[in-house]
Write a protein that binds this ligand. Sequence first.
Ligand code: ZN
Length: 272
Amino acid sequence: MHPTFGHPESTERARVLLEAFPAFVEGRPATEDEVLRVHRRELLELLGSIDRPVQLEPNTVASETSLEAALLAAGTAIEAASNGGFALVRPPGHHAPPRAAFGFCLLNNIAIAARALQESGVERVAIVDFDVHHGNGTQDVFWDDDTVFFASMHQFGIFPGTGSADEQRETTLNVPLRAGLGDAEWLGAFDTYVAPAVREFVPEVLLVSAGFDAHEEEDLYLVDQRVTDDGFRELARRCRALAPRIAAVLEGGYALEALPRAVAAAHAGFRE
Ligand SMILES: [Zn+2]
């Protein structure tokens, strides 16, 4: 439903994941009300008006069924958040701020899921984002909201350019990393910065923006990190220790052979 015409964020990503995890359960589309807790109505109207393939901004294409795909991704993220699941969805979401599609992302799946949790009575939600890119959209959604803690670990100096060490608030933590780091450095940064801050916030639920583009086999433009499958398993295991409930939503990860392995490793870690 969301063809991207040669783009790395392709339908192939979903195909390899569904093949690797044949016991998946289908999600449901998010409702308009669920989306509007995060996004402006103008964005939904724009996505709903698309009747042929278009370029929304330099990194983001969409076509006539992309809104349907984005609503399914967001609704599946909501279901994962309430059931303790792992939403294997595309398009990803963490670059989308309230007012626009941006950086391969149409709707911010994890932000919509966090708001749905709050609507169901959960007061304190933390989001940990270990995609290799800064989760600028999620940061924007919750910048002025001290009921949602947001922590992002990312390679700094690449897309989208935000997420410097200067961008911090009581409930926003950015951990910018240099190029060329592996499991030891990622886990060390998690233990030093992310884990203590999330623990101090005392979340009822932890949602993980699980991107796998810090993988050693990733070859996306300018991305240069060396996290292994075992590294992702360990990152997930340490996330699991931070809250009584946890759920995950897929973000990036474009190496088609590595992606199902890394997802399987993280899934195992979330359950340990
Ligand atoms: Zn990414």
